[in-house]
Design a protein around this ligand. Structure first.
Ligand code: SF4
Ligand code: SF4
Length: 83
């Protein structure tokens, strides 16, 4: 299981500051920040703490099992960023 960032992410990076294991990228000082459509959660490193969910003003973060059907592709996009 892991949490997933979906299409409505505005890249304000609030979740990056909330994550205790630093598994949300790209960060603003990383080279692919500008080109990334959203930030992405590393599904291997995410510890499923849920701390990122309440800080997201766009309600863009879901636990994998609760992804709405129209947003399931986001799970692969998050994982692919780390492959
Ligand atoms: S807090 Fe939400 S909108 Fe902001 S970067 Fe994270 S997922 Fe995107
Ligand atoms: S659920 Fe926790 S560990 Fe996973 S991305 Fe969110 S804050 Fe980080």
């Amino acid at each position: 299981m892991a949490y997933v960032i979906t299409d409505s992410c505005t890249k304000d990076s609030l979740c990056v500051d909330a994550c205790p294991v630093d598994c949300i990228h790209p960060k603003e000082d990383e080279p692919d920040f500008e080109s990334a459509p959203t930030l992405f959660i590393n599904p291997v490193e995410c510890i499923d703490c849920g701390a990122c969910v309440p800080v997201c003003p766009a309600s863009a973060i879901y636990v994998l099992e609760e992804l709405p059907a129209e947003l399931v592709a986001a799970a692969d996009r998050n994982a692919a960023h780390y492959n």
